[in-house]
Design a protein around this ligand. Structure first.
Ligand code: HEM
Ligand code: HEM
Length: 175
């Protein structure tokens, strides 16, 4: 499959849509009431789960699109930068996936009945080792690891805009 030189409209739209949803997701996650033993979830948690599952669907779509529509690394990048960018990009996919799956598992183990966006019942999926995963603070661990990676990714984008001035940022803005 030949790699194209730039990200197309679908790749860019999915990228920025996921960024916007992640901002909402962290804000709702931090501001919603803390979980206590035996409690039933309220509206903020329903919103968090709904947006989270939407992010899961979109990141899987984004991954499928990425695999079927490869894009060549920016020509301006040194070999070590290509390697670092590819590593961070794949880790971003992985951490979004793990963060959403661990949240879904948390809900499934507690047997909460959730309707996504008040419409679609959330399937209850118990992962292998589900109890273990739900006991530890895995969702929090993953969500902070993802935040650290996002920090690195955004810092690199800022460097490209203000220090290298090499047009890498433009690839995600105009294609
Ligand atoms: C990438 C997407 C997601 C992000 C960034 C995210 C982020 C967060 C944040 C910031 C919190 C607050 C925890 C804290 O105080 O540090 C939280 C809690 C929670 N989230 Fe998510 N979440 C995501 C996806 C999901 C999904 C898909 C579900 C369920 C289907 C979910 C279920 C929960 C639950 C049950 C809690 C409360 C229990 C806990 O703190 O572990 N999350 N999430
Ligand atoms: C303000 C925040 C962000 C900025 C400015 C930004 C910028 C960029 C830029 C310029 C690229 C293209 C890099 C290149 O040409 O090699 C890119 C790619 C990418 N970004 Fe972001 N990004 C941001 C947030 C995020 C977030 C939150 C995620 C989390 C999922 C993310 C995931 C990715 C991935 C996975 C790629 C690689 C594209 C691919 O799959 O091929 N970005 N980003």
């Amino acid at each position: 499959m030949t790699a194209s030189a730039n990200y197309g409209t679908t790749a860019r739209t999915l990228h920025w849509l996921i960024v916007a949803l992640l901002v909402v997701q962290y804000l709702v996650g931090w501001f919603m009431p803390d979980i206590h033993r035996g409690m039933q979830p309220g509206a903020p948690m329903f919103l968090h789960v709904s947006v989270g599952m939407l992010i899961l669907v979109l990141i899987l779509l984004r991954l499928a699109w990425r695999l079927t529509h490869p894009v060549a690394p920016a020509a301006a990048l040194a070999p070590w930068q290509r390697l670092a960018a590819a590593g961070v990009h794949w880790l971003l996919y992985l951490m979004v996936f793990l963060t959403t799956m661990s949240g879904w598992n948390f809900v499934a183990v507690r047997d909460w009945q959730v309707k996504l966006f008040a419409l679609v019942p959330l399937p209850s999926v118990a992962l292998p080792g589900a109890d273990f995963l739900a006991r530890g603070h895995w969702h929090q661990l993953f969500e902070y690891a993802l935040l650290g990676l996002i920090g690195l990714h955004v810092a690199a984008a800022v460097l490209h805009v203000f220090v290298y001035r090499d047009g890498v940022m433009q690839r995600m803005l105009r294609g």
